[in-house]
Design a protein around this ligand. Sequence first.
Ligand SMILES: CSCCC(=O)C(=O)O
Ligand SMILES: [Fe+2]
Length: 186
Amino acid sequence: MALEAWYMNESLEDQRLPHHRDPKEYVPLAKLAELGVLYWHLDSKNYENDEELQKIREARGYNYMDLLDLCPEKVENYEEKLKNFFREHIHADEEIRYCLEGSGYFDVRDEEDRWVRIWIKEGDMIVLPAGIYHRFTLDAGNYIKLMRLFVGEPVWTAYNRPQEAHPARKEYVESLAHRPVPLEAH
Ligand SMILES: CSCCC(=O)C(=O)O
Ligand SMILES: [Fe+2]
């Protein structure tokens, strides 16, 4: 199955639950593309020798990479980090994550400020554009190993919402306004 994404319900229950609406409302890849979210499915078992990954990195200039194994034994201030990941924020640059093991949820806001939950599993690689409001949580499986990529020296600074005056935010909002209107909306 391809990447699954859906509109979230408003319930304040455990963030690691799926939070589907009733009935479920899935969000197609084309919609994610309109929001500027990019997606590839790669062979995560072969990440060290993967030509496809290499091509993406070369094409997009992702010369930096590291691995983030999200478990309490390997991450300093684990609980605090997870808490910060789930605070709605933006970055001045793209956020590029490739899931090597486990799974988790990247939530992004759509153009009408609704939460879209993107379920990342082994082999899924996504790029969130600079300026998009987002957050991250582990799912009920409670474990993910991610590759983080970046153009040049990495900057992980998160700017918590609201950030309407931030240049990356302004540019992102502007890019949404100029994206072609999908056919079904005519
Ligand atoms: C665990 S990676 C995703 C969390 C996030 O949004 C970030 O690192 O900025
Ligand atoms: Fe982020």
